[in-house]
Design a protein around this ligand. Structure first.
Ligand code: FAD
Length: 525
């Protein structure tokens, strides 16, 4: 194995793999060093409970990846390397007490009929929202893939101004600043429809009252309705494997199971890394680190960094944690509200927006939430490759959970070490799902609970269980990500770059920071 490469990349998350492919395309050699035994970061698939049951261990919805630059540029090769997509026609739904539910389909007419069951007003408001999306999306989506700050986003906004006028432009900016509650209250009347859309912002850790959260509820709801919710056939790991093969075909190398413990800096320039087992790898041109600012300042000697960069890194905020539960099931869930809910890729259970708002404040205060948002994903209903015939996997993301609990909002679970709390937490979550799909109690074969600490132990970028690499509040997003002055992937050390979910445009399988960081590196080399 060569110990030299033009660029050494720390971490094998999908952003690193994206950066590697663009660097290779430009003729540079890459070496990727990953502390885990397999590549993928927070996008991995494995049979963790029983043979033949494939679980997406963390991320599962690949909608953002499908809209990414890397997919557009490399799709044929990825598909030749075994990546395939499954898209269902029921992207997401929410369930409520008294047998109520709201289901979103890719079929526009069917979705409208579903909204009409709840409210004529909300059916009209949904249609208007989708039309509004179709008008603004061509202006907005390109901006989410551009470097921040730069002139290019302003060029897009200028084009929008020319096409649509100043009122439309100002209205879009207002939407970008709104909280989910403000956006939803302004448009919809029923609690059920508001509860259907608000969870998407909470996937990014933004509660119904966080400024800037409306964008995610709005965009994700509309995109999933129009395109369907996409999964990688056989598991998200197949998407990662396709990227890994593309990198290896071009001569890229991987060192797996080795954590980088130090970035070697000489005369203010990054020239390699050291791993925990004491091996040094030399970078001829640059080092790129897919780590959070918290970890970055541990890898680089503080004397190489200006004091204000260190202070900003220390002040970088993480959002609420996540807890994951993976199940193997004897049968599919039987939802009381409607039989076809079993075919909904995601079923959100909060049940109401007020549950999410209460969860957020309980979690930031350090309490196990009374009624967390459950994201119940039924991948094997869409993708039969994931479980033996007739059996199923179930992926339950519990949003949100405290990093370090100091109490239980319901006063029922005794706070101790995480391992002692797993069983009562599991029972609470099964009870909550059981209110809407009572057969869960009889059909669970096996289950495993991963606490926020387990997630961080697996991947040091999931700090305190924050699944999206740091808070996405407005003051830490756009050109403030990871913090002001450093949103363009550079660091104070020459030839040392940052990528990953802690950099713009943040968390999710959008592959954008990997692309933009590679472009920045190539501009300077
Ligand atoms: C439970 C969960 C569910 C999610 N669900 C979705 C979803 O459905 N859809 C979606 O779009 N997004 C989802 N996300 C978010 C998404 O997975 C992440 O934002 C995305 O994977 C970030 O990619 P990345 O390449 O920036 O970093 P990561 O995937 O975090 O990869 C970083 C890699 O760097 C490695 N690393 C860190 N430090 C070192 C070191 N010192 N030495 C060597 N290696 C190191 C880590 O081990 C890791 O492999 C989810 C995340 C989680 C945790």
């Amino acid at each position: 194995m060569e110990h030299d490469a033009d660029v050494i990349i720390i971490g094998a998350g999908h952003n690193s793999l994206t950066a590697a492919l663009y660097l290779q395309k430009a003729g540079l050699s890459v070496l990727i060093i990953e502390q885990a035994k397999i590549a993928g970061g927070a996008a991995k698939t494995a049979e963790i409970l029983e043979p033949g049951f494939k679980h997406d261990l963390f991320a599962s919805n690949i909608g953002l990846f499908m809209g990414s630059r890397i997919y557009n540029d490399f799709k044929e090769e990825f598909h030749q390397n075994g990546f395939d997509i499954v898209v269902g026609d029921q992207p997401f739904s929410s369930v409520f007490p008294d047998g109520k539910c709201v289901r979103v389909y890719t079929d526009g007419e069917k979705t409208l009929r579903e909204f009409e069951r709840h409210s004529h007003h909300d059916a009209n408001a949904w249609s208007e929202m989708i039309s509004y999306f179709q008008k603004v999306a061509p202006h907005l989506f390109p901006i989410l893939q551009l470097p921040m700050p730069s002139l290019k986003p302003f060029v897009h906004l200028w084009k929008m101004y020319r096409q649509c006028g100043s009122q439309e432009l100002l209205e879009l900016i207002r939407v970008l600043l709104m909280s989910p509650r403000q956006f939803l209250d302004e448009r919809f009347e029923t609690d059920e429809v508001k509860a259907l859309l608000s969870p998407w912002a909470f996937h990014l850790g933004l509660s119904p009252d966080c400024a800037g959260g409306a964008t995610f509820s709005f965009l994700e709801s509309a995109v999933d309705h129009l395109n369907g919710l996409a999964l990688s056939k056989g598991g998200v790991g197949n998407m990662i494997n396709a990227m890994v093969r593309a990198i290896e075909t071009r001569g890229g190398q991987f060192v797996l199971g080795q954590a980088v413990s130090e970035i070697v800096v000489k005369k203010g320039t990054a020239c390699g890394v050291k791993t925990a087992d004491g091996v040094t790898y030399n970078a001829k041109k640059a080092v790129m680190a897919n780590v959070t600012p918290k970890q970055f300042i541990k890898l680089v000697s503080e004397k190489e960094l200006p004091e204000n960069f260190v202070v900003k890194s220390k002040n970088y905020r993480f959002g609420p944690g996540t807890l994951m539960i993976h199940f193997t099931l004897e049968h599919a869930l039987e939802w009381e509200a409607a039989e076809d809910l079993a075919d909904s890729a995601y079923v959100h259970i909060a049940p109401y927006m007020s549950d999410i708002a209460a969860t957020y404040s309980q979690v930031v205060e350090g309490y196990l939430p009374a009624s967390p948002l459950l994201v119940v994903a039924q991948q094997s209903r869409l993708d039969s490759a994931r479980a033996p015939e007739g059996k199923h996997v179930l992926w339950v993301q519990v949003r949100a959970f405290p990093h370090r609990p100091r109490g239980d909002a319901l006063g029922e679970i005794k706070i101790g070490n995480w391992n002692e709390m797993k069983e009562p937490i599991l029972n609470r979550i099964i009870d909550k799902i059981g209110q809407f799909a009572p057969n869960i109690r009889e059909i669970v074969r096996k289950a495993v609970v991963w606490t926020p600490q387990d997630l961080e132990d697996e991947n040091p970028n999931i700090v305190g269980g924050d699944m999206v690499g740091g808070s996405h509040h407005l003051d830490q997003n756009f050109f403030f990500r990871p913090f002001s002055g450093w949103s363009r992937y550079k660091t104070p050390v020459k030839q040392l770059y940052l990528t990953g979910a802690s950099t713009w445009p943040g968390g999710g399988l959008n592959a954008t920071s990997g692309h933009l960081a590679a472009m920045q590196l190539l501009r300077e080399n």
